[in-house]
Write a protein that binds this ligand. Structure first.
Ligand SMILES: [Mn+2]
Length: 369
């Protein structure tokens, strides 16, 4: 009896600290809807943990088919039975929750009523004719939804087990691109709080998800189309199975003699992805370049010598009519425009001239072919 009272008191305090919990009751059957990536997978498992013993049942369903090796490893490690939304009978559930996305992001979910939405993407257009969720927590300045859920767990005084901690940690790591993209102080704090709780061998297993043999074929086909221009190399993939193939291709191009800048691009998981690499010596800041060229279309940023842009296809091609070649044309055009803006200032030009001026007596170099 006292145990029940204690448990009840604890539950009561918990929902006072985590208001989201007030929107569920004991006979609820909850379906958490995600678009599978590490952040949404980790966030859904965190929500499942928060709802543990508070609702009758929780399932997780994904709008997309989960195929990326790291995602598959994460799902397997968490023992998550991830359903595929189109195959789910929604009448089995009394409440829908969405994490790391908003209902209008995918046509599949635009007409569904969600009780709870927790996300870190910019707040999208709200259709006031549709019933609004009873609870929304959208924090566009956060690097990951996993950060919000880490805060919820902390507030609820729940210490995540090693698996969940590792998943949340990995989610923050990947969604902030190791903190080069929009890393907030809150993300850092969550990261630090999780660090002593994670399972390191599992983390490296997830991070080093193998490149499948199928990817090798794509890699080979892409590298075959490599283009060189002075010290610049570009690889555009007609077909791509995994964004990591872009990273491998760009890193590989950097090993070719005379190449000091490389980029690779391709379309994967409904996104146009561009990966940049450079030696970082007199080649400008790639993070800034990526931001300038592609920031208006999606997330873009990075370091001086490593950067990345990820643009949802509808942002680049709202009508969905562009061919692969036209999409690559767009990438090149935007890059050229962004590079063009950085014409050297007079001082830099003078300095470059002085550097290039031949020493007295030395023959003048002829024009380059
Ligand atoms: Mn996310």
């Amino acid at each position: 009896m006292t145990d029940t009272i204690k448990a009840h008191g604890r539950a009561h305090r918990r929902s006072a600290r985590v208001p989201l919990l007030n929107h569920f009751s004991h006979d609820d059957r909850v379906l958490i809807v995600i678009t599978a990536d590490p952040d949404s997978i980790a966030s859904s498992v965190a929500l499942k943990r928060l709802l543990w013993r508070r609702v009758a049942h929780v399932s997780v369903a994904s709008t997309n088919e989960c195929r990326r090796p790291d995602n598959l490893r994460l799902v397997a490690a968490l023992g998550l039975d991830l359903l595929h939304l189109p195959k789910v009978d929604l009448s089995h559930y009394t409440k829908l929750a969405m994490v790391d996305s908003q209902p209008h992001h995918t046509p599949q979910t635009a007409d569904l009523h969600f009780s709870v939405v927790v996300d870190h993407h910019p707040v999208g257009h709200r259709d006031h004719h549709r019933p609004q969720p009873e609870f929304t927590d959208i924090r566009p300045d956060y690097g990951a939804t996993a950060t919000i859920f880490t805060q919820y767990l902390k507030a609820a005084r729940i210490k995540p087990n090693q698996l969940l901690a590792t998943a949340l940690f990995y989610a923050i790591k990947t969604d902030t691109l190791n903190f080069v993209r929009q890393g907030q102080i809150e993300d850092m704090q969550a990261f630090r709080w999780l660090y002593p709780l994670i399972h390191h061998p599992l983390l490296s297993q997830i991070e080093q998800a193998p490149i499948g043999r199928k990817s090798f074929k794509y890699l080979l086909a892409g590298l075959n189309n490599a283009v060189f221009h002075n010290n610049f190399a570009a690889v555009c993939f007609e077909k791509l199975d995994h964004p990591d193939t872009l990273v491998i291709a760009a890193d590989f191009m950097m090993q070719i003699e005379g190449v000091s800048r490389a980029f690779s691009c391709g379309i994967v998981d409904g996104k146009l992805v561009v990966v940049f690499r450079s030696l970082g010596i007199r080649s400008g800041n790639l993070g800034r370049l990526a931001q300038e060229a592609f920031g208006a279309y999606g997330s873009a940023g990075g370091h001086k010598n490593m950067a990345r842009a990820e643009m949802p296809l509808p942002a680049v091609d709202p009508k969905g009519t562009m061919t692969t070649a036209q999409l690559f044309g767009f990438v090149i055009r935007r890059l050229r425009e962004a590079l063009g803006k950085k014409s050297p200032t007079a001082e830099e030009a003078a300095e470059a001239y002085l550097r290039r001026r031949p020493a007295a007596g030395a023959p003048r170099p002829g024009p380059k072919p």
